[in-house]
Design a protein around this ligand. Structure first.
Ligand SMILES: Cc1cc2nc3c(=O)[nH]c(=O)nc-3n(C[C@H](O)[C@H](O)[C@H](O)COP(=O)(O)O)c2cc1C
Length: 174
């Protein structure tokens, strides 16, 4: 590591990158879990591929490698409670994170959220383990498009909606 670069400064820089919020889901039945992730990125449209960066200490990681498939569920602004739950904020683990919401499966069996902005069913094409994380490349097996609605955003360490953006105080940015 370049000792001149303070990780705290890097974190501050990355907090200025606004992003959408997704929930990555893995497994089936009582053997399922997931995590909230802002690192979801389209890799290519032809062929359809995406990537997500997952901390290898997350509880979802061993299941993802075991099942070889995962769901990417893009959240709308009414689904912040779900983002909190899948970030482990209130302590629920595994299948408890899924209670109170409706899920279905399409091709791979990975849980896909009913009412997501979009739910994308993936098989793992490649995993690149690097430092604390893994870059997971997903091959798109099915896409479930939900209704258009206001996306859930994450910026400067807080959830936002597009309605917040004109009035966000820049002084709050770390
Ligand atoms: C807004 C937000 C975005 C996150 N993005 C990522 C991410 O891209 N990759 C990741 O590994 N963890 C990310 N996390 C952290 C995981 O959601 C969290 O560590 C995980 O759910 C907890 O792991 P556990 O399942 O072991 O309890 C994010 C958390 C929040 C609140």
């Amino acid at each position: 590591m370049n000792p001149a670069i303070d990780p705290a400064i890097f974190r501050q820089a990355m907090r200025r990158l606004a992003g959408g919020v997704g929930v990555i889901t893995v497994g089936t039945g009582e053997d399922r879990t997931g995590l909230t992730a802002t690192s979801v990125t389209a890799l290519s449209a032809e062929p359809p591929r995406l990537l997500v960066c997952i901390n290898r200490s997350a509880s979802a990681w061993p299941l993802l490698t075991e099942y070889g498939s995962f769901g990417v569920n893009l959240l709308d602004s009414n689904q912040q409670d779900l983002a909190d739950r899948f970030a482990g904020k209130s302590g629920e683990k595994g299948p408890a994170r899924f209670t109170g919401t409706r899920w279905k499966s399409l091709v791979t069996g990975a849980p896909l959220l009913e009412g997501a902005l979009a739910a994308i069913d993936c098989t793992v094409e490649e995993v690149i383990e690097r430092h604390s994380h893994a870059i997971v490349i997903g091959r798109i097996e099915a896409v479930d498009l939900g209704n258009w609605s206001d996306p859930l955003l994450y910026w400067s360490g807080l959830y936002r909606t597009t309605r917040d953006l004109p009035s966000v105080p820049f002084a709050a940015v770390g």
